[in-house]
Design a protein around this ligand. Sequence first.
Ligand code: AMP
Ligand code: ZN
Length: 119
Amino acid sequence: MENCPFCQIIERKLPATILYEDEDAVAIQDIRPLAPVHLLIIPKKHIDSLNTVAAEDTALIGRLLLIARKLAFEQHIGEPGYRIVINTNRGGGQTVFHLHVHLLGGAPIAPELLVKGLQ
Ligand code: AMP
Ligand code: ZN
């Protein structure tokens, strides 16, 4: 999709550090990392957000999570643990409207981030 940074990364029109790629997805390093390990797992299919995922994408969503787990172990954070985040729409903090899974880890979670809900 035009003007979508993640589509452009997938099409190699924008640079990124790509750590994983298969026929369905890529994983890149976040350009503004919020943790020692901060990767984005991105489906090649342009889907705006979790809100627009169709039933036919169910297996794809599962694949993204398993790719995140595999990368977590490759990055040596599988055992201590990690956090998976899918920001959804502006109210959920989404800024790039191409579905993606954040993989975050490599440092203790700040106490304020352990809070279970929103303020
Ligand atoms: P979200 O706020 O959930 O939509 O997350 C978007 C993420 O994409 C942010 O963490 C950004 O730092 C990251 N991001 C935006 N543009 C790029 C890019 N060109 N390459 C890598 N990461 C990016
Ligand atoms: Zn896109």
